[in-house]
Design a protein. Sequence first.
Length: 243
Amino acid sequence: MNTQSPSGQSPLQSPSPVIVALDYPNKEQALAMAQQLDPAQCRVKVGKELFTASGPLVVDALHQLGFDVFLDLKFHDIPNTCAKAVGAAAELGVWMTNVHASGGRRMMEAARNEIAKKNHQPLLIGVTVLTSMEQQDLADIGLNVDPQLQVKRLAQLTEQSGLDGVVCSAQEVGLIRETCSAEFLTVTPGIRPAGAEQGDQRRILTPEQAQQAGVSYMVIGRPITQAAEPALACQRIVESLRG
Ligand SMILES: O=c1ccn([C@@H]2O[C@H](COP(=O)(O)O)[C@@H](O)[C@H]2O)c(=O)[nH]1
């Protein structure tokens, strides 16, 4: 696994699988949250809302705070455009970035090959089926397939294309472990501690269930960032996983 420090400071190598999704409309709010969190307990994720509003500056600021950053922009375009976008992400020094696996083999291979040219090579993963989607959502877009089967299919394609892992629901990790190599990473949003609001997520598990399923990393947003005491919420989850 790539443990290179994006900040150029001592490598984080956080043993925690938790990645906190900083879904905020501006850099100030995102950094205010990050300052309450501990880089030894979690990594952070910059997604479309925050990056569109703040751009690379927020990534730099999070690196300065000592965090590994997952740049979650889910690129999906023709191979050349996707590869160049992933290359630009690599130059930001991020720890992990991603593309949509449904962009296909040639798109993913182009992205992988672009990263291979860079000095800093982030982990590159493929989004399978969004955790907000269920069978009816797939049917609505003409995919008459069980979500689990589609995840399995896209995970195999992603591994064959030379990427490091996938984004999927923790519910599908067992299936992926049966069909992909042991090193293949599973990054799982749709994590909801017992009693937390499900919101728009559909294929969910609790942090403890996700850990039992064998996930590599779990992405947790609102259950931490919208908690009354976010730092405590994060700490409780991390401790429940250690226990
Ligand atoms: O399939 C996917 C891919 C990405 N996400 C992202 O993860 C977080 C989840 O946030 P919560 O507040 O814990 O629901 C969010 O940034 C999504 O863009 C996902 O949920 N599912």
